[in-house]
Ligand binder design. Sequence first.
Ligand SMILES: *Cc1c(COP(=O)(O)O)cnc(C)c1O
Ligand code: SF4
Length: 341
Amino acid sequence: MIPAAPLSQHPATSAAPAPRWQQLWRDAVRDPRELLSMLGLDAAALGVSDEAATQFPLRVPHGFVARMRRGDASDPLLRQVLPLDAEMRPMPGFSLDAVGDGAAKAGHGVIRKYRGRALLIATGSCAIHCRYCFRRHFPYAEETAAAAGWREAVAAIRADETIDEVILSGGDPWSLATPKLAELTDALTTVPHLKRLRVHTRLPVVLPERVDDSLVDWLAALPWPVTVVLHANHANEFDATVDAALARLRGAGALLLNQAVLLRGVNDSVDALAALSERGHTAGVLPYYLHQLDRVQGAAHFEVPDTTALALHRELAARVSGYLVPKLVREVAGDPGKRPL
Ligand SMILES: *Cc1c(COP(=O)(O)O)cnc(C)c1O
Ligand code: SF4
């Protein structure tokens, strides 16, 4: 092999080292057996599936693993990430594009389904892979807004004056490096009809180190009110590092909300739902949505029947303060918004 010019001559190598969160991201656990041995559990007994792990690989940051209980096969955090045989059983009614995103595309990585709001598929990457995720089959490679240098996405938003809120989603939008985010928001500041920015992210919960100085500075300098919709499904997902990250986001002026998915074996009890709302509130987060599962292939074993969901929601409302009760909703293709149950 003929060597290229020595690396030291490239200006890129003299740039600042990668941020710490990117290193932690790369160090995430990706082998189900390694994860289980860290927890003192036996893969065969749990029905771990290599086939499911090939289709949608396991990925979970070490910090999140540290919040799992050792020796507990039914740990609610473990259940969210472990590839199981149950995922490979075909189930009628569970499809590849459960929420109709394929049909709602309005430009590169832009989904326009609800009035006033444009949702940007900022990136396909996530620090954690959630087995129930409706995006596990979404064709990210072609559809991300960042891939086209944001140009088409920004043009689509600029062209439609009815859009007053941009929602950064994905994947996880905060998996992009801060300068990449700034590139987008700099371009969006020239769109006069924008009034709000929203970020849908699981990173402050699963990899709180992502909330670093550069992200906080970027957030604090944005010209619009910013809402950060987090995604935690269980109270155990919070710890002191998460609390600190959320305090920094609030310090930068963000309003913090949480959306959860109702998941069998994870949070399908009134105790778990009350604890989630209360623990979130301690960290400065109010509940927003409790989603009925999107009927995506491979997620059927997480489904909670509607009658059970409604009963849990009623019990929760009778138990906690009104502002700690999320809206129980389902996403239905073609609806003008999330549908209350
Ligand atoms: C969920 C969703 C939104 C946001 O809906 P809200 O009810 O305002 O939280 C916007 N666009 C799409 C495509 C969505 O799926
Ligand atoms: S989009 Fe959200 S729910 Fe889906 S895998 Fe990524 S972090 Fe998990």
